[in-house]
Write a protein that binds this ligand. Structure first.
Ligand SMILES: Nc1ncnc2c1ncn2[C@@H]1O[C@H](COP(=O)(O)OP(=O)(O)O)[C@@H](O)[C@H]1O
Ligand SMILES: O=C(O)C1=C[C@@H](OP(=O)(O)O)[C@@H](O)[C@H](O)C1
Ligand SMILES: [Mg+2]
Length: 160
């Protein structure tokens, strides 16, 4: 969360001349409410069910760069679908995470104690990110443009 998937995803799509899509945006558009509102109204389990459907639809229909929400890979079926794709895991340390997510309330899972919550989420998830990634790109101290270049290099993709 907050590592730059949406920011770098857009830059990567521009550099490659392909379409960009973000499953969180798809969810907000389809639901007509924010991610935070879905969490408050229905809870995390309901959000994960909506998210799973959104990710599966996007993977089946979209050709280009797809940014996922940070928790999408918690679902085993989603991880199985991603096994056929090139998956970039953008990493950062906790201090960078706190800087990037700040006091922003758009991410309900970091709303109470961002540093502690982010650490705990990463302890639970890191092995899943590493399991599905075909490329790992550290983002600490790098601008979004530098991260984009590093992702292009890691994926061995040439620009359009
Ligand atoms: N490499 C970077 N360096 C500094 N700030 C960044 C970087 N990448 C993204 N950001 C900022 O961090 C915040 C979270 O980025 P975002 O793309 O929404 O992350 P994600 O989609 O992974 O949650 C945004 O304010 C964005 O401008
Ligand atoms: O990691 C997570 O559980 C989440 C990440 C968010 O997306 P970003 O990773 O784009 O911030 C969003 O899907 C939701 O707040 C839950
Ligand atoms: Mg995002």
């Amino acid at each position: 969360m907050g590592v730059g998937k949406s920011t770098v995803g857009q830059l990567l799509a521009e550099r490659l001349g392909v379409a960009y899509r973000d499953t969180d945006d798809d969810i907000v558009a389809a639901q007509g409410r924010s991610i935070a509102e879905i969490f408050v109204d229905e809870g995390e389990a309901a959000f994960r069910a909506i998210e799973k459907q959104a990710v599966h639809t996007a993977l089946a229909s979209h050709d280009g760069i797809l940014a996922l929400g940070g928790g999408a890979i918690l679902d085993q079926d989603t991880r199985a679908l991603l096994a056929g794709e090139r998956v970039v895991y953008l990493s950062m340390d906790v201090e960078e995470a706190v800087k990037r997510t700040g006091l922003n309330t758009a991410r309900p899972l970091l709303a109470v104690n961002p540093r502690k919550q982010w650490r705990e989420l990463m302890e639970a998830r890191r092995h899943l990110y590493e399991e599905i990634a075909t490329a790992v790109v550290p983002t600490d101290g790098r601008t979004p443009e530098e991260v984009t270049q590093a992702a292009l290099n890691a994926l061995e993709l040439k620009e359009a």
